[in-house]
Design a protein around this ligand. Sequence first.
Ligand code: ZN
Length: 250
Amino acid sequence: MRILLLSDIHSNVEALEACLAAAPPTDATVNLGDIVGYGASPNEVTERVCGLGGIFVRGNHDKVVAGIDTLEGFNPIAGVAALWNREQLTSEHLAWLRALPKGPVLSDISSVQYVHGAPDDEDRYVVTLEDAALQLRQATANITFFGHTHIQGAFFLRDGVVQAVRPAYATVGKQETWDLQLESGLNYMINPGSIGQPRDGDWRAAFAVFDSEQRIVTFFRAPYQIRAAQEKILAAGLPARLATRLAAGS
Ligand code: ZN
């Protein structure tokens, strides 16, 4: 089974469309949350992911935009964008966002689970080796797909030691893929990266495909119409930083 893994789209429809155009045929779609927030196309993105269907996990921005969590913990720029996203969304889309499930959500595939932040806390950031060690040592599934950090890559536990792996791409502007062959018997935490607001120094939209039979995760980077996404953010009167950071991948 081949699974398309999408995360942290953040109302960036230009980036989402580029990823869907770059993606190979898959059997199922999994969305790891933060569908909205930050960007300027919340209705277009919500419509598109609803149409794709599949498994969903809610993100912290989805909760705040949908009004089921407060702005506490959000920086002022994220807060302004969340409120703007809420104003723009149709009542139908807001109701759909409000009903998204909290992770972890179990996969049909044995010992695979999906979360936004971490298995023990949907809002927790897993950034460092220490963060990953805590999760991997208490893991109830061999493979956890997660988002939230906007950093593409994986952590795994071998002989009690946590290691990190990041895709090694050849270019900074072309469409590329990078394969990670999973070893049996190891526990993994794998982040497909952020589609709509990457923070790993690479501006290209990030996603991944998991082949459960081959046990290969293919990481993708897809260039997209970044100017169009930036112009929409500025035209909406959202903070300029939300446009400039897209180009920096930060
Ligand atoms: Zn996010």
